[in-house]
Write a protein that binds this ligand. Structure first.
Ligand code: 0O2
Length: 228
């Protein structure tokens, strides 16, 4: 009963114009920042679509099988700031959270990953911030992908803003593996022993899948040579 009364008093004290001002002051800039990240995703996605189109015209093949994009949720951003013990501010998000905007490019062959990364990074409006090559140096789990953190400009009414975007480039096989492994990572009801056994099996699968990628690429190159 006392809890209910004090709850009601607190509610009356909190729900006033000041509270709405606080919410508006903070929500609006956050929504604006998220919109800028969405624009940056569109810019990067278009760049890859243009490259795919050019290859399709010049070489009669598409190096890109698919592009997936995602904007990190506000909850995800807050959790990451908290995990890394970083300040909760828009400045801190822009400076420290490099994967708010994510673009995943799925290719058929490993060589295409490096070719596309080189093409993107040679564009004069793109700045490379960080590169992690989990194909040459796979993670302990067996995870493979090429990660690039880039900065891309977006052009607003009165200003140009440079936004960070995380680009993950991987083959269809690497993507297939990562989505299954991701399920294991986030399944809460698998006991540790079972998770270890599945983890070992997934590691083995990642090696089989990498060697399949390599063999398929060699076959593709042999076919291409014959057609020359
Ligand atoms: P989501 O929902 O996929 O975005 P950092 O961002 O640099 O502070 P970290 O861990 O060093 O953190 O980044 P890293 O390892 O370069 O890349 C993180 C992202 O890569 C993950 O995003 C996954 O998408 C992917 N990734 C990295 N390692 C693995 C792995 O072992 N298995 C799978 N399936 N994916 C992996 P998030 O943050 O997990 O979430």
């Amino acid at each position: 009963m006392l809890n209910k009364i004090s709850g009601n008093i607190l509610r009356k004290k909190l729900i006033n114009d000041d509270l709405f001002d606080i919410i508006n002051e903070n929500i609006r800039p956050m929504n604006e920042l998220m919109a800028y990240y969405r624009c940056a995703i569109m810019e990067v996605e278009t760049k890859f679509k243009v490259l795919n189109e050019e290859f399709s015209l010049q070489y009669d093949r598409n190096p890109i099988e698919g592009i997936k994009t995602r904007l990190k949720s506000k909850e995800g951003i807050v959790r990451k700031l908290n995990r890394k013990d970083l300040p909760f501010s828009l400045k801190s998000i822009e400076e420290n959270i490099k994967d708010v905007a994510g673009v995943r490019v799925i290719c058929s062959f490993p060589e295409d990953i490096y070719m596309l990364a080189d093409c993107l990074l040679s564009q004069d409006d793109i700045k490379l911030i960080e590169k992690k090559d989990y194909i040459k140096n796979p993670k302990k789990s067996g995870y493979r992908s090429l990660h690039l953190i880039i900065e891309v400009p977006i052009f607003l009414k009165n200003e140009k803003k440079r936004m960070k975007v995380e680009v993950q480039l991987r083959t269809i096989a690497m993507d297939f593996w990562a989505s299954l492994e991701h399920k294991l990572r986030y399944k809460k009801n698998i006991n540790p022993e079972e998770a270890e056994i599945i983890g070992k099996e997934l590691l083995e699968c990642s090696e089989i899948s990498a060697s399949l990628d390599k063999r398929m690429e060699e076959i593709r190159n042999r076919i291409d040579k014959r057609l020359e």
